[in-house]
Each structure stands twice: as structure tokens, then as C-alpha cells.
Design a protein. Structure first.
Length: 115
């Protein structure tokens, strides 16, 4: 066997063992469930009042579907639903408030389901 063949065989074995290790790790580890947090990204004026842009972050491994979000400022509430938020990902949404005062709403995720 030549040196080139030996180097290729060793490189192939390393790649094969690495792939087996990654697959075994994925097969025997339990993914973390969805863990959603929400943060205020921006507040901007609009024709009907104010638009509050929010970011929903999923720190879990599994996706979350039908994510319901609520913002409350004073007596006014605004809701929005996201189709899904991927695992280890984020999605953006906007809440609309009609008051004259620039809102600083209290934000919360109301709930979600597993896809």
C-alpha cells in the first residue's frame, strides 16, 4: 500500500468515526423542549397609533407551533399568533396599540403547541 492510499484510508476512517459519533449522540440524547422568551425590539409610530416589534426566541431544541403572544399597556391589550418558532431560532412579530402615548407594554407568551 502506498503512502497516499494509507493517508486516504486514515482520513476516511476519521471521517467515518466522526459521523458515527455524531449520529450516536443524536440518537441517544433527548432534545430539549421549546423554551420561549420574548423581548421588545422596537416601537414606532403608525397611522393608527403605535407598532411594537417583538422578537420571540426559542432556546429549546424542539419547535413550537401556534405561538400566542400578548402585550398589555394600561388597559389596552394586543395579541398576535405565530405559526411556529423553530428550535434554537427566533421569529419576529408586531403588536399594535391605538393610544396616543408611546407604549412600553408588558409582554408575555400565552402558550404554544408541539408541531
Amino acid at each position: 500500500m502506498s503512502r497516499v492510499q494509507a493517508c486516504c484510508a486514515v482520513a476516511g476512517a476519521i471521517v467515518l468515526l466522526g459521523a458515527v459519533a455524531v449520529l450516536a449522540s443524536a440518537a441517544f440524547s433527548k432534545p430539549l423542549p421549546a423554551n420561549l422568551t420574548i423581548r421588545n425590539d422596537d416601537v414606532r409610530a403608525s397611522a393608527g397609533g403605535w407598532v411594537v416589534d417583538v422578537v420571540v426566541v426559542n432556546e429549546g431544541d424542539l419547535a413550537a407551533a401556534a405561538v400566542d403572544i400578548e402585550g398589555q399597556f394600561g388597559d389596552e391589550r394586543s395579541n398576535v399568533s405565530l405559526d411556529y418558532v423553530p428550535g434554537k431560532g427566533e421569529k419576529r412579530a408586531s403588536l399594535v396599540f391605538s393610544g396616543a402615548q408611546k407604549p412600553e407594554p408588558r409582554l408575555r407568551v400565552l402558550g404554544w403547541s408541539e408541531p
